[in-house]
Design a protein. Structure first.
Length: 243
């Protein structure tokens, strides 16, 4: 829920999602076009600074959201530095460091570009943008339903955990394992029942078409998009600048 918290509370909330998506796309292209790991790291730093300083996303929240992806990337890079030889078996492969560094730098730059988009744009705005881009309605409906079910799932977890803690369900290791099993079974049942109820409610309203929502209007959308394209061009130039 940290992503939604930042998406609704940042200073770029009123900026057109098309502009933010164009800038994020330019960041992704720049990440792949980076001439060196140093250039990719500059791109990642630039995108992170723009998100935290320009959009006003707290640095602590940004780091908490980025930490799982960065940790996964670090573990992947360690795995890429291990080679298997038929004779000596497992060994470190320092000769692969240039390729690993390039991969890590580009991945960080791409991650920063995507975080700049999702931390400043609510999912409802992104879905409205995708609908204007003629994305399949079935895909968008699935995105909306999964998004809504995440909040239902989170609330159900909170309610069950509160009830278990009130009954000292974590008093011992045995009780904790039993509570975890009951939590898993209860959540599976609750999510299935609520999804079925949502489907029946849609059928009762003759909901045989795509889901529709009010599309917000953004002032100065053309100006924002033009500025985003110019800033994206700056990122592409920065990516080609030698270290």
């Amino acid at each position: 829920m940290l992503i939604e918290q930042a998406a609704y509370a940042n200073r770029w909330r009123g900026v057109s999602p098309a502009a933010k998506a164009a800038f994020a796309l330019a960041g992704l292209l720049a990440a792949f076009a980076a001439v060196s790991p140093g250039a990719a790291l500059r791109l990642a730093l630039c995108s992170a600074v723009l998100t935290c300083v320009g959009a006003g996303v707290p640095a602590g929240l940004y780091l908490r959201v980025a930490a799982p992806a960065v940790g996964f990337l670090g573990l992947s890079c360690v795995g890429l530095l291990v080679a298997v030889d038929p004779d000596s078996g497992w060994r470190w492969a320092p000769e692969a460091w240039p390729q690993v560094a390039a991969l890590a730098g580009r991945s960080l730059a791409a991650l920063a570009a995507l975080l700049g988009l999702v931390l400043t744009t609510p999912l409802s705005d992104l879905i409205a943008l995708l609908r204007r881009l003629r994305c399949p309605a079935v895909l968008l409906d699935l995105m909306v339903l999964c998004y809504r079910m995440l909040f239902v799932f989170s609330q159900a977890v909170h309610e069950v955990r509160t009830a278990q803690q009130a009954r000292l369900g974590d008093a011992t290791l045995r009780h904790s394992l039993r509570s975890l099993g009951q939590l898993t079974a209860n959540l599976a049942l609750q999510v299935w029942q609520r999804a079925l109820a949502l489907h029946l409610a849609a059928l009762a309203r003759n909901g045989d078409g795509s889901l529709r929502f009010l599309t917000p209007q953004f002032a100065h959308a053309g100006r924002d998009t033009a500025l985003a394209v110019l800033a994206g061009g700056g990122l592409l130039m920065l990516a080609r600048w030698p270290s």
